[in-house]
Design a protein around this ligand. Structure first.
Ligand SMILES: Nc1ncnc2c1ncn2[C@@H]1O[C@H](COP(=O)(O)OP(=O)(O)O)[C@@H](O)[C@H]1O
Ligand SMILES: N[C@@H](CCOP(=O)(O)O)C(=O)O
Length: 317
């Protein structure tokens, strides 16, 4: 997880009451996730049990958060299965707990599918495309805060911790991505709000059916193709080697294109964008691994996984 900040039952009770969500009955720190403090909280209201997730944001600020929370609200209102944030009696969806920004969202039913087959990938592809279309008229704008600018800032910070061979790969891939970002094909890519972190552990399935996308706290305005590449690199690879699984890739792309066909520029740049997506998570995992924060339950992700994925993507070009 992470519980970076301990929240008392009294504090949770007060917030849930203020949001009109009922009386707190259960509260448990969540031992998954690495960015924020998360608790499952349950309440009793009108004689019934209701389940929510209370999140305290550890890195994102009061200025940055409305983009994510209102995006979730916007998508939920358009029928995309996304947990909508709970509002107080003034309509505020961003709250404060222990001086930190906080939100309470509906708890999605089901579980994450950590060994997905082509049917799971197909469902993700279709919903991803629906989400991209539904987000197109969202009015708030915020860049992907883990985009190219952040890669350029963070690579020098992690370089002292890696081997010479890894440093060479980080430097050369960053140079390639900086060059790519200047090309007309890249400029032509369709853009809008994207999830940007739609891994297996950020999607729920209930009875084999996709029941929701969650954890929008890396979302931002960026290319739709980057979002697709993030998904392909997680949902459609052979875990041990990092190589693409062609059948699952096809399943995800076919259903995506059934809703929103790719443009010529997107087709051309898909292999390069898979490299970009691998680089992004290699950098963030190195950063979390070598420059960790305090947390009472924290398990950083293995950075070498995305080094393997990146190498496999470069070889496949
Ligand atoms: N809205 C939700 N509904 C159901 N489970 C959730 C929800 N939000 C978070 N979780 C659970 O909490 C875990 C950690 O949440 P996550 O958002 O991935 O944390 P972090 O932002 O710290 O990476 C998830 O793997 C999931 O089990
Ligand atoms: N998905 C990222 C890390 C972000 O953690 P999440 O639990 O919020 O998805 C990774 O795997 O490196």
């Amino acid at each position: 997880m992470a519980v970076f900040t301990e929240v008392s039952r009294d504090e949770a009770t007060a917030l849930l009451r203020r949001l009109g969500l009922g009386t707190l009955t259960d509260m448990a720190g969540i031992t998954g996730g690495i960015e924020n403090t998360n608790y499952f909280v349950s309440t009793e209201r009108d004689g019934q049990r209701h389940d929510y997730v209370l999140t305290l944001f550890e890195r994102l600020s009061f200025e940055q958060l409305p983009f994510y929370l209102y995006l979730m609200k916007h998508l939920a209102a358009k029928g995309i299965p996304v947990p909508a944030p709970a509002a107080d009696d003034r309509g505020e969806i961003l709250h404060r707990v222990q001086g930190k920004p906080a939100a309470v969202v509906d708890r999605l039913r089901g579980h994450s599918e950590l060994a997905p087959d082509a049917s799971h990938c197909a469902q993700v592809g279709a919903m991803l495309a629906r989400m991209h279309l539904a987000g197109q008229d969202y009015e708030r704008v915020q860049p992907n805060l883990r985009g190219l600018a952040w890669w350029n800032e963070t690579v020098p910070v992690v370089l002292p911790h890696v081997s010479a061979e890894q440093a060479n790969l980080l430097r050369s891939e960053l140079a390639y991505q900086n060059h790519l970002a200047q090309t007309p094909a890249y400029e032509a890519l369709p853009r809008g709000p994207i999830h940007a972190d739609l891994f297996r552990d950020n999607v729920m399935f209930d009875g084999g059916q996709l029941s929701g996308f969650f954890d929008f706290y890396f979302a931002g305005c960026d290319t739709f193709l980057f979002d697709i590449a993030v998904c392909l690199n997680d949902w459609c690879i052979d875990w041990a080697s990092g190589c693409a699984d062609a059948q699952r890739e096809q399943a995800l792309l076919n259903t995506y294109e059934g809703v929103r066909p790719l443009t010529a520029a997107e087709r051309q740049l898909l292999p390069a964008m898979k490299r970009a997506a691998a680089l992004r998570f290699w950098i963030s995992r190195l950063w979390d691994w070598y420059l960790p924060r305090e947390a009472s339950m924290l398990k950083p992700h293995d950075p070498t996984h995305f080094e393997r994925v990146l190498r496999a993507r470069i070889q496949a070009l």
